[in-house]
Structures are given as C-alpha cells and as structure tokens.
Design a protein. Structure first.
Length: 170
C-alpha cells in the first residue's frame, strides 16, 4: 500500500535534503512519488499563512489533505514540514490514518544553527525574524514517531536508505 512518509524536525534538520534522495530511491523502484515541502507550499497554496501556532496548524492540515489526494491517485508522498506540535501530528494521523508514517529528523538545534543553510538562524540573531521554531516558538519532541533519524551520525543518503528500508518492511 502506498504511504505518506511525513518527515518532521527543526529548520535545517535535513528534511528537504533527505526528501530529495528518498524520492529518487522510490522513483527508482518504478513508483510515483510526490514531495510536499513546507517551504514550497508556503509560496503558493499556503501563502496566506504565517508562523503562529494557529497558522502552522492550518498549514499542516491543508498539506495532509493534499497528501491524501495524491495517495488516492496511487502516489507515494513525502512531506517535509517542521510540524512542531503533537496536536498537528495528531491531525495528520486523523486525516491519513494507516497511510501516515511519521519520521522524526532529529538534529540538535546547535547543529541546525551551525548548518544554517538559508541564513535564517543568523537573521534570528539579528532580530529580523520572530517566532522561530526552537528559539522563541516551541518544538515538541514527537512521542509517536515510527522512526527517528539522527543526521549527526549519518549522511543524507544513509538516512534516505534507512527510511526506505523501514518503509519497505512496514
Ligand atoms: N518563524 C519561522 N519558524 C520556522 N520556519 C520559518 C520561520 N520563518 C520562515 N521559516 C521558513 O519556513 C519553513 C518552515 O515551514 P513549515 O511549513 O515546514 O513550518 S510549520 O510546519 O508550519 O511549522 C522553514 O523551512 P525549513 O528550513 O525547510 O524547515 C523556513 O525556511
Ligand atoms: N546528515 C545530514 N542529513 C541531512 N542534511 C545534512 C546532513 N549533513 C549536512 N546536511 C546539510 O544540512 C542542511 C539541511 O538543510 P535542509 O535539507 O534544507 O533542512 P530542512 O529542510 O530540515 O530545513 C543542508 O545544507 C544539508 O546539506
């Protein structure tokens, strides 16, 4: 059965990078796969949403509904989204039911700050961004993740392969 592989974690944790490699692995098995990345959706369908808890919840809800549409068409779906609160993950689980696979991309805040791939943590330091996840906006560690990936100890490709193996065995 095709599934929605929901990657969650802090900004800079590695969600987008791992999604890309994972989607290539899924495609190489001859399967259709769609990546739904929070950053991309926020430039289009979710452009009216900000970073309050309420808006983040709506962002997650809409994305889960979009994922469901792709699942119904036979696609594998990878979501790459911070999804900071347990209540948001609960909503996705409710919408996607047994198709929902939650993967925690567990990278310590300190490492995310050092990587700072988009220069956002620097902007936070300069007081140019507020309500940033893990700094002045909460991130609850997930209680029900099906799999946790610690990117500090492995490469992007190793993480993608680990997730693919896990998915194949579930
Ligand atoms: N205040 C604040 N907090 C967190 N992130 C911020 C913020 N402002 C902008 N960004 C950029 O938005 C991306 C996160 O969007 P998401 O849709 O994944 O977030 S959420 O699930 O609704 O919390 C996130 O992308 P990633 O770095 O890929 O996670 C950032 O590029
Ligand atoms: N083991 C790793 N796993 C994932 N990303 C890594 C790893 N090591 C270094 N990186 C780097 O960390 C950054 C993660 O950024 P990104 O994938 O955009 O994260 P996110 O989508 O969670 O914000 C990228 O520049 C990536 O090359």
């Amino acid at each position: 059965m095709n599934k929605c592989i929901w990657l969650l974690g802090l900004s800079g944790a590695g969600k987008s990078s791992i999604s890309l490699e994972l989607s290539k692995l899924i495609n190489s098995q001859g399967l259709k796969c769609k990546v739904l990345d929070g950053d991309t959706l926020r430039k289009g369908i979710n452009e009216n949403l900000g970073f309050s808890n309420e808006d983040r919840f709506e962002n997650v809800r809409r994305t889960a509904e979009i994922a469901k549409l792709f699942l119904d068409e036979g696609y594998w779906v990878i979501v790459a989204m911070i999804t900071p609160m347990e209540a948001m993950r609960q909503k996705s689980r409710e919408i996607l039911k047994d198709r929902y696979l939650e993967i925690f991309i567990d990278t310590p805040l300190q490492i995310c700050m050092e990587r700072d791939p988009k220069g956002l943590y620097q902007k936070v330091k300069n007081n140019e961004i507020q309500h940033f996840t893990g700094i002045d906006s909460p991130f609850e560690k997930p209680n029900y993740a099906h799999l946790t990936i610690e990117t500090t100890h492995e490469t992007i490709m190793e993480s993608a392969e680990k997730i693919k193996m896990f998915v194949n065995s579930n």
